[in-house]
Design a protein around this ligand. Structure first.
Ligand SMILES: Cc1ncc(COP(=O)(O)OP(=O)(O)O)c(N)n1
Ligand SMILES: Cc1nc(C(=O)O)sc1CCOP(=O)(O)O
Ligand SMILES: [Mg+2]
Length: 553
């Protein structure tokens, strides 16, 4: 049953059940019924809305009870970002405010216990929380307050990240907290996610140095009451992979992901636990939630491996996976400029192979020779390789202020944050591409008739490519429309036009001289890339086009 379905909401209350047996286990393990305990008011509101024909959408909700990290790499800030990235609402109870950066923790200010209690009551008495996730719990008093509130307001799952020491080695919760974890929280937890140091601290200093030690630790921790245990092996010496041990009381799983080489690992523990909580809130099983969370952290670390924030040893990473593409500090195409169509380079991997050019070297030569826009038209490349090539070409193009478009592959354009796409009549429909890419990306559409041009304009294209002006060997079975066909389409088009097909140094000037104002340039493949020196050929074409346009003026 889906979470968005308000009919799932039940008015049953479970407050009469002993806490450690009740809705946490029932709701999460045996039933997908949404438990609202004493908050029947919210249920009534949902039902009233439905009765009035208004659809009420229940949003998966995680409450994080943790400390604030001023550097925003870990703590509450990491939890908020992780939940946002996983599409889950996240409310917050702040237990401590830390002055913290990539160097370490400079100060900790613990929030008074009664005010922690007030925050908890505010959230839990009003909102339907699916999962509570804990991070920094700086005092035994706060642990007790949490326990009391969970008794009063049961939730479907409790995720305990037993934060004790920061990544920089600073103590965030004293040894007295260990008793709190053992006595109050582990017995009611659905999962506890210690790293090696935390597992060792919870187990009276047990030595954990190998995967076999991690397995033993997982069993011993399970004996303390949590339904599931995830011992994280990120700090395991001599391990090529990041190996975690997951134990559900019956089966033991060795979960592996590749170890990403990066300084930006601050906040991985908080993010992992929040992501587990978010997946549980959406209705996943525990093992599924753990696997998704592990994969999410690995991907986010990979995206963030080169970002530079702060001067300390351990930087934050990017849960929203946006910084890697340099979208904040690169000069990017804000709106399409038709004059960019002037000399349009379209790549062809066969030609680059023939001349021993890598795609990115060929693109660099074209851009340095004067190409004003580049389209990667790679028909015989694996998707994974296409993405890598696109990323490196994007860097080259961005550094020259030249837009980079991707031929046919909307997914690749989105994945590398290219400036746009070029699509044909049998590719993704233009209006769908526009919906997927949003208003700012450039969309070019191949058109051979006035009707195509009209449709492209209606569907939200930015320019049209019109051809084949001359016969071409580059595209099989391509219809040649000639200069007359080009002129007819240009006159009908409300969009700027770039001509394509068989255009080279000997005919480029004739194309530009047909005398229609919305013909903005020529697109070439072989005349640029089926040549030994891409730079020289591009420069030659650029000079010819400049001459032709000056002559027209
Ligand atoms: C600028 C430009 N114009 C036309 C095309 C051809 O696109 P399409 O018809 O989709 O054919 P393929 O290039 O995908 O084979 C183009 N790529 N660029
Ligand atoms: C990719 C493409 N599209 C065309 C169209 O008519 O839409 S012609 C073409 C190939 C253009 O290659 P060259 O510059 O080597 O002739
Ligand atoms: Mg196409």
């Amino acid at each position: 049953m889906a979470y968005g379905d308000a009919q799932l909401v039940s008015t049953r209350t479970f407050s009469f059940l002993p806490f450690n047996k009740a809705p946490v286990a029932l709701g999460f393990r045996q039933s997908s019924l949404l438990l609202v305990n004493s908050r029947s008011k919210q249920t009534r509101i949902l039902m009233e809305m439905q009765g009035n024909g208004v659809s009420a959408v229940k949003v998966p909700h995680v409450l994080t009870v943790a400390g604030s990290d001023s550097g925003a790499g870990a703590g509450i800030q990491a939890d908020l970002k992780a939940c946002a990235a996983r599409g889950v609402y996240c409310s917050t109870v702040i237990t401590a405010v830390t002055a913290q950066n990539t160097v370490g923790v400079q100060g900790v200010n613990i929030v008074p216990e009664d005010f922690v209690a007030e925050q908890m009551k505010s959230v839990l008495s009003d909102m339907h929380v699916d999962v509570v996730k804990t991070g920094m719990l700086p005092s035994i008093g706060i642990v007790k307050i949490l326990h009391q509130h969970l008794k009063e307001y049961p939730v479907r799952a409790l995720v305990i990240d037993p934060v004790m020491v920061s990544t920089s080695g600073d103590v965030l919760a004293g040894p007295s907290i260990i008793a709190g974890f053992r006595e109050e929280l582990l017995p009611i937890a659905d999962i506890v996610t210690p790293n090696l140091k935390e597992a060792s601290a919870l187990l009276d200093g047990l030595r954990i140095k190998t995967i076999s030690d991690m397995r033993s630790a997982a069993k011993l921790l399970h004996d303390m009451g949590p339904r599931n245990v995830l011992v994280k092996g990120g700090d395991l010496p001599d391990s090529l992979d990041a190996v975690d041990i997951f134990f559900d009381g019956e089966d033991m799983y060795e979960l592996r992901s590749s170890r990403i080489k990066t300084r930006n690992t601050h906040g991985t523990g908080c993010t992992l636990a929040s992501c587990i909580a978010a997946e549980l809130a959406k209705g996943s099983s525990m093992l599924e939630a753990v696997k998704v969370a592990k994969c999410f952290v690995e991907t986010a670390l990979d995206y963030s491996k080169d970002i530079l924030i702060g001067n300390g040893a351990q930087g934050p990473f990017d849960q929203l996976m946006r910084l890697k593409n340099n979208i904040y500090n690169s000069r990017r195409q804000v709106r399409f400029n038709p004059s960019d169509l002037f000399l349009y380079a379209v790549t062809d991997s066969g030609m680059n192979r023939k001349w021993g050019h890598s795609i990115s070297d060929a693109v660099k030569a074209a851009v340095e020779g004067g190409a004003t826009i580049v389209q990667l038209r790679e028909k015989d490349i694996e998707t994974k390789d296409f993405l890598e090539v696109a990323k490196s070409c994007l860097q080259i193009c961005r550094s020259h202020g030249v837009p980079l478009l991707i031929n046919d592959r909307i997914d690749v354009a989105l994945a590398c944050d290219a400036d746009g796409v070029h699509i044909g009549q049998s590719d993704m429909p233009t209006h769908v591409a526009r919906a997927l890419l949003g208003p700012e990306k450039i969309i070019g559409v191949s058109c051979k008739t006035p009707d195509h041009a009209e449709q492209a304009w209606i569907a939200g294209a930015d320019y049209i490519g019109c051809g084949g002006v001359y016969p071409t060997n580059t595209k099989a079975n391509n219809l040649t429309i000639g200069l007359d066909g080009l002129k007819t389409v240009c006159l009908a088009s409300k969009l700027p036009v770039v001509a394509i097909g068989g255009i080279n140094a000997s005919n480029a000037q004739s194309v530009m001289q047909i005398g229609v104002p919305n013909l903005k340039g020529v697109a070439v493949v072989s005349a640029m890339f089926d040549r030994e020196c891409v730079f020289t050929e591009t420069r030659k074409l650029h000079t010819l086009l400049m001459e032709a346009t000056q002559a027209v003026r």
